[in-house]
Design a protein around this ligand. Structure first.
Ligand SMILES: [Zn+2]
Length: 93
């Protein structure tokens, strides 16, 4: 069975660069905010659940404010299925 890693974003904060608007251009020329990549939010909390080890402690992964999650100490030869959250706020089910 393939090892499965499920990523969830657990907390956010409003992007201070664009005040949560998602763009930092002028009204007449919107530009996607570089800091939050147009989300308007920065990710401040991530939960990673491993089908083998359960919820991983924070020292087993790193994440960025834009939602990139990097797993640490994983065997590269192992086949891992990573389940990333789809657009937050659009939960299925
Ligand atoms: Zn922003």
């Amino acid at each position: 069975m393939t090892r499965k890693i499920t990523i969830r974003f657990t907390s956010f904060r409003e992007c201070p660069n664009c005040d949560g608007r998602g763009d930092d251009g002028a009204e007449w020329r919107p530009v996607e905010c570089r800091r939050c990549k147009g989300r308007g939010k920065l990710i401040t909390g991530v939960e990673v659940e491993d089908s083998k080890d359960g919820i991983l402690p924070e020292d087993r992964f790193e994440f960025t404010a834009t939602g990139e999650v990097y797993l640490l100490d994983f065997d590269e030869d192992e086949e891992i299925e990573v389940v990333k959250p789809s657009d937050e706020g659009r939960e299925s089910g």
